[in-house]
Design a protein around this ligand. Structure first.
Ligand code: IPM
Ligand code: MG
Length: 357
């Protein structure tokens, strides 16, 4: 029986970059059944919830989710449950996708696109492992209210030791396949959750004596990332710090449009680990519909889907190599173009397709 992949293009540039990724995915794996459902602002506009029932049913019977992006300015100011982002919020929570893996690499030849000096980002190869189902995103109470006639709002940052333990393990296991270094990021000088975080990470570290562990406070980590980015190997951190630091890490590469991500949890299917795969970049409504968005992140997200959810490392690598070749040959989308005329989304995808071996 062929595997079903849930395609959730979402908003902004989501549909165009996802279409490009599906072209590449179905080229290497024509046996897959790719089925699409509407989520995010697109669903809200159609009078459905951000995560429509149709999307849920599709995800339930899929091996993995290829997600575009959600978020549109017209929903600014709405409560979370009426915002496009709620789709992602629910998918992460309901499938317990607690481990968000965000690899950050600079493609050779793109060093000059970075806002940092090229020599600082040359050889940059790090992974942010972000806890995705806990912390301030999900803790209760979480509300706006009026107390004694004064408006106030509260978000709650809560962590339980097992949540920290399992994400720490993901980081240490991953480090073992790489340069064997984990940097844990917290704010233990101020936050109780961070003190627990640090204690638990140290406890887990004892099971991994071959992996070097160090700790950074989040403000310092933000600074070190632009000062000596190539020194990092695996960064593990809680949900919101990871959200912020992964955008910072991503732009070191010159374009946030090149970075994929995988969100993994406990659910397994006959074919592998169930997961959600999406570009780190947002919906970029300012350039949506123009056909100029960089599809690299979406294409590489499809490669991660093959690797983790379909146990198909061979085809994941084929796609990754094809993207590398495209860059090596000078293929550039508008935000990266220097000398060469920029390629549109579809033309870039066509170059990747032409470089599949
Ligand atoms: C991300 C995004 C999301 C987040 C938004 C869209 C809810 O910024 O995946 O990094 O904050 O987690
Ligand atoms: Mg983010």
């Amino acid at each position: 029986m062929s595997d079903t992949i849930a395609i959730l293009p979402g908003d902004g540039i989501g549909p165009e970059v996802t279409r490009a990724a599906v072209r590449v995915l179905t080229q290497v794996r024509p046996d897959l059944t790719c089925e699409q459902a509407v989520v995010g602002g697109a669903a809200l506009r159609a009078g459905m919830p951000a995560l429509s029932g149709q999307a849920r049913v599709l995800c339930d019977r899929s091996a993995g989710i290829l997600f575009g992006s959600v978020g549109l300015p017209e929903f600014d100011g709405k409560p979370l449950a009426e915002r496009p982002e709620y789709a992602l919020f629910l998918l992460r929570r309901d499938y317990e996708l607690y481990a968000n893996v965000r690899p950050v690499r600079v493609f050779p030849g793109l060093e000059d696109a970075s806002s940092l000096k090229a020599e600082l980002v040359r050889g940059l190869d790090l992974v942010v492992v972000r806890e995705l189902t806990g912390g301030i995103y999900y803790g209760q109470p979480k509300e706006q209210r009026v107390v004694d006639g004064i408006e106030e709002a509260v978000d709650t940052m809560l962590y339980r030791a097992p949540e920290i333990e399992r994400i720490a393990r993901v980081a240490f296991e991953l480090a073992r396949t790489r340069r064997k270094r984990v940097t844990s990021v917290d704010k233990q000088n101020i936050l109780e959750t961070s003190r627990l975080w640090r204690r638990v990470v140290e406890r887990v570290a004892r099971e991994y004596p071959d992996v070097a562990l160090d700790h950074l406070l989040v403000d310092n980590a933000a600074m070190q990332l632009v000062r000596r980015p190539a020194d990092f190997d695996v960064i593990v951190t809680e949900n919101m710090f990871g959200d912020i630091l992964s955008d910072e890490a991503a732009i070191l590469t010159g374009s946030i449009g090149t970075l994929p991500s995988a969100s993994l949890g406990t659910k397994r299917t006959a074919s592998g680990q169930f997961g959600l795969y999406e570009p780190i970049s947002g919906s970029a409504p300012d350039i949506a519909g123009q056909g100029i968005a960089n599809p690299t992140a979406a294409i590489l997200s499809a490669a991660m889907l093959l690797r983790h959810s379909l146990n198909d490392d061979a085809n994941a690598q084929r796609i990754e190599r094809a993207v590398e070749r495209a860059y090596a040959l000078g293929a550039r989308t508008a935000e990266l173009a220097s000398e060469t005329p920029p390629l549109g989304t579809d033309a870039f995808a066509a170059t990747v397709l032409a470089n599949l071996r």
